[in-house]
Design a binder for this molecule. Structure first.
Ligand SMILES: [Zn+2]
Length: 64
């Protein structure tokens, strides 16, 4: 099985007008995403998990 490109830990940022976590439309690229995170608890959680993974990866430690 090949991991899908919609894996929660690897959001696709190809469209800045769309939330990569829930595919919801955003009012504005960038700022609209931040607003969206404040109104969507699930997406905010997913974003924080993703960000933690990225920073862990940069730190050279992979706790997977
Ligand atoms: Zn979302």
């Amino acid at each position: 099985m090949v991991p899908s490109d919609h894996s929660p830990s690897a959001p696709t940022w190809s469209d800045p007008n769309t939330c990569p976590f829930c595919d919801g439309d955003l009012a504005d690229p960038g700022a609209g995403f931040i607003d969206h995170l404040q109104t969507s608890e699930a997406c905010e959680t997913s974003f924080e998990l993703w960000r933690d993974r990225v920073s862990s990866d940069i730190g050279g430690e992979w706790a997977g």
